[in-house]
Design a protein around this ligand. Structure first.
Ligand SMILES: Cc1cc2nc3c(=O)[nH]c(=O)nc-3n(C[C@H](O)[C@H](O)[C@H](O)COP(=O)(O)O)c2cc1C
Length: 162
């Protein structure tokens, strides 16, 4: 199985999960990691700050890979204002060629209750592009620091992708 793990992380929590996913998926085949960054690195801080309020300002830095080469595409993000962070939202708008593919969306949330609405939001966008399966890992900030629990959550999630 060939997998791509893309993530955005502001303070490192989502990045840690992404690396764990990379480790777990590497055991199942070929897995690649791609950190989503803002395009304009010089004005990165200003853009980054403003994009919290005006997601339309967000621009991805990378030339995105050809998604058709992967069996599984993973996207990770922190929850910001009840939705994925702007760079992850931006990436979602590029995920239009995922028909028949497996998708895992994983996120870290800090406030109880705001995680589910973000997951539903993502699923609704992705379903329009007819992936084979969409699975979501909705991780509370506390859980993101429980290594053992995290490993089990990730293992169980990957087992469901066949
Ligand atoms: C600008 C901003 C907005 C946030 N909004 C939410 C929110 O609406 N709901 C929530 O549960 N957590 C919210 N959080 C908390 C983050 O989701 C949480 O701290 C997460 O672990 C950060 O992940 P990261 O370390 O990968 O950046 C917000 C954090 C930031 C910086």
């Amino acid at each position: 199985m060939k997998s791509l793990i893309m993530y955005y992380s502001h303070s490192g929590n989502t990045a840690r999960i992404a690396h764990k996913m990379l480790h777990a998926l590497s055991a199942k085949g070929n897995a690649e990691l791609l950190e989503l960054r803002h395009r304009d690195s010089k004005r990165y801080k200003i853009r980054h700050f403003l994009a919290r309020f005006f997601p339309a300002l967000t621009e991805l830095s990378e030339n995105l890979p050809d998604f058709s080469q992967y069996d599984l595409i993973c996207l990770g993000s922190p929850v910001w204002s009840g939705k994925p962070a702007p760079l992850a939202l931006k990436l979602l708008s590029h995920l239009k060629t995922v028909k028949g593919k497996h998708i895992i969306y994983f996120q870290i949330y800090g406030l109880k209750g705001s995680g589910e609405s973000a997951v539903n939001y993502v699923k609704k966008i992705l379903r329009a592009h007819e992936p084979a399966k969409i699975k979501a890992l909705n991780i509370a900030f506390k859980e993101a620091h429980d290594e053992q629990k995290l490993d089990i959550m990730i293992k169980n999630m990957i087992e469901q992708i066949r």
